[in-house]
Design a protein around this ligand. Structure first.
Ligand SMILES: [Zn+2]
Length: 133
Protein backbone atom coordinates (compact mmCIF):
# COMPACT_ATOMS: atom_id res chain seq x y z
CA UNK A 1 0.00 0.00 0.00
CA UNK A 2 1.41 3.40 -0.90
CA UNK A 3 0.70 6.81 0.57
CA UNK A 4 -1.86 8.03 -2.04
CA UNK A 5 -3.97 4.88 -1.57
CA UNK A 6 -3.85 5.27 2.24
CA UNK A 7 -4.95 8.91 1.83
CA UNK A 8 -7.80 7.88 -0.49
CA UNK A 9 -8.90 5.22 2.01
CA UNK A 10 -8.88 7.79 4.83
CA UNK A 11 -11.00 10.28 2.90
CA UNK A 12 -13.42 7.51 1.83
CA UNK A 13 -13.83 6.47 5.46
CA UNK A 14 -14.45 10.11 6.42
CA UNK A 15 -17.14 10.35 3.72
CA UNK A 16 -18.74 7.10 4.94
CA UNK A 17 -18.82 8.38 8.55
CA UNK A 18 -20.46 11.59 7.29
CA UNK A 19 -23.11 9.61 5.41
CA UNK A 20 -23.81 7.49 8.48
CA UNK A 21 -24.37 10.67 10.51
CA UNK A 22 -26.93 11.78 7.93
CA UNK A 23 -28.67 8.39 8.00
CA UNK A 24 -28.81 8.51 11.81
CA UNK A 25 -30.49 11.93 11.72
CA UNK A 26 -32.99 10.79 9.06
CA UNK A 27 -33.90 7.43 10.58
CA UNK A 28 -36.63 7.23 13.23
CA UNK A 29 -36.33 3.49 13.89
CA UNK A 30 -34.30 3.27 17.09
CA UNK A 31 -33.02 -0.31 16.50
CA UNK A 32 -31.62 0.60 13.09
CA UNK A 33 -30.30 3.82 14.55
CA UNK A 34 -28.46 1.85 17.25
CA UNK A 35 -26.85 -0.43 14.64
CA UNK A 36 -25.83 2.51 12.50
CA UNK A 37 -24.20 4.16 15.53
CA UNK A 38 -22.28 0.91 16.13
CA UNK A 39 -21.25 0.85 12.48
CA UNK A 40 -20.15 4.46 12.74
CA UNK A 41 -17.94 3.56 15.71
CA UNK A 42 -16.36 0.75 13.69
CA UNK A 43 -15.70 3.19 10.86
CA UNK A 44 -14.09 5.66 13.26
CA UNK A 45 -11.81 2.89 14.56
CA UNK A 46 -10.96 1.99 10.99
CA UNK A 47 -10.16 5.62 10.25
CA UNK A 48 -7.92 5.87 13.33
CA UNK A 49 -6.15 2.68 12.23
CA UNK A 50 -5.52 4.11 8.79
CA UNK A 51 -4.20 7.37 10.21
CA UNK A 52 -1.76 5.30 12.28
CA UNK A 53 -0.82 3.39 9.13
CA UNK A 54 -0.17 6.65 7.33
CA UNK A 55 2.09 7.88 10.14
CA UNK A 56 3.93 4.56 10.21
CA UNK A 57 4.39 4.67 6.45
CA UNK A 58 5.81 8.19 6.53
CA UNK A 59 8.14 7.24 9.38
CA UNK A 60 9.39 4.13 7.58
CA UNK A 61 9.95 6.10 4.44
CA UNK A 62 12.07 8.65 6.27
CA UNK A 63 14.10 5.79 7.78
CA UNK A 64 14.68 4.24 4.40
CA UNK A 65 18.12 5.83 4.11
CA UNK A 66 19.77 3.70 1.39
CA UNK A 67 17.15 4.79 -1.15
CA UNK A 68 17.39 8.42 -0.11
CA UNK A 69 21.18 8.25 -0.18
CA UNK A 70 21.07 6.92 -3.71
CA UNK A 71 18.74 9.74 -4.72
CA UNK A 72 21.36 12.15 -3.40
CA UNK A 73 24.19 10.36 -5.20
CA UNK A 74 22.51 10.38 -8.62
CA UNK A 75 21.76 14.10 -8.38
CA UNK A 76 25.50 14.67 -8.74
CA UNK A 77 25.66 12.80 -12.09
CA UNK A 78 24.25 13.09 -15.55
CA UNK A 79 24.42 10.83 -18.57
CA UNK A 80 27.07 11.95 -21.01
CA UNK A 81 28.21 10.64 -24.39
CA UNK A 82 31.96 10.31 -23.82
CA UNK A 83 32.63 9.05 -27.30
CA UNK A 84 30.54 7.97 -30.28
CA UNK A 85 27.81 5.71 -28.86
CA UNK A 86 29.47 5.34 -25.47
CA UNK A 87 27.49 6.71 -22.55
CA UNK A 88 28.67 7.07 -18.99
CA UNK A 89 27.39 8.94 -16.00
CA UNK A 90 29.55 12.02 -15.56
CA UNK A 91 29.96 13.95 -12.34
CA UNK A 92 28.51 17.44 -12.54
CA UNK A 93 30.88 20.25 -11.64
CA UNK A 94 34.44 20.80 -12.73
CA UNK A 95 36.41 19.59 -9.73
CA UNK A 96 37.75 16.00 -9.92
CA UNK A 97 35.58 15.21 -12.91
CA UNK A 98 34.97 11.48 -13.11
CA UNK A 99 32.62 8.94 -14.61
CA UNK A 100 30.64 6.18 -13.02
CA UNK A 101 29.73 2.82 -14.49
CA UNK A 102 26.27 2.67 -16.13
CA UNK A 103 25.92 -1.06 -15.32
CA UNK A 104 26.55 -0.48 -11.64
CA UNK A 105 24.37 2.60 -11.75
CA UNK A 106 21.44 0.37 -12.73
CA UNK A 107 22.15 -1.66 -9.60
CA UNK A 108 22.20 1.52 -7.54
CA UNK A 109 25.93 1.23 -6.98
CA UNK A 110 28.38 4.01 -7.56
CA UNK A 111 31.57 2.70 -9.14
CA UNK A 112 34.11 5.05 -10.62
CA UNK A 113 35.53 4.21 -14.04
CA UNK A 114 39.33 3.88 -13.84
CA UNK A 115 41.96 3.89 -16.55
CA UNK A 116 43.75 0.56 -16.78
CA UNK A 117 46.48 0.54 -19.35
CA UNK A 118 44.92 1.59 -22.65
CA UNK A 119 41.32 1.00 -21.64
CA UNK A 120 38.92 2.19 -19.04
CA UNK A 121 37.07 -0.18 -16.81
CA UNK A 122 34.81 -0.58 -13.84
CA UNK A 123 36.57 -2.22 -10.91
CA UNK A 124 33.26 -3.48 -9.50
CA UNK A 125 31.63 -5.27 -12.46
CA UNK A 126 34.71 -5.48 -14.73
CA UNK A 127 32.82 -3.62 -17.46
CA UNK A 128 35.41 -2.45 -19.98
CA UNK A 129 34.83 0.84 -21.72
CA UNK A 130 36.21 1.14 -25.24
CA UNK A 131 36.32 4.64 -26.53
CA UNK A 132 35.61 4.92 -30.26
CA UNK A 133 38.02 7.56 -31.39
ZN1 LIG B 1 30.31 -1.48 -13.11
Amino acid sequence: MDLPSIKTAISSTKAAVGLLKEIISLNKNSEIKQKIIELQNVMLELQAGMLEMQEEYQKNNAENEPVNDWEKVIKAYELEQVSNGVFLYASKGEKNKHYICPNCYEERQKSIIQKQGDTYSCVRCKNTIFLNE
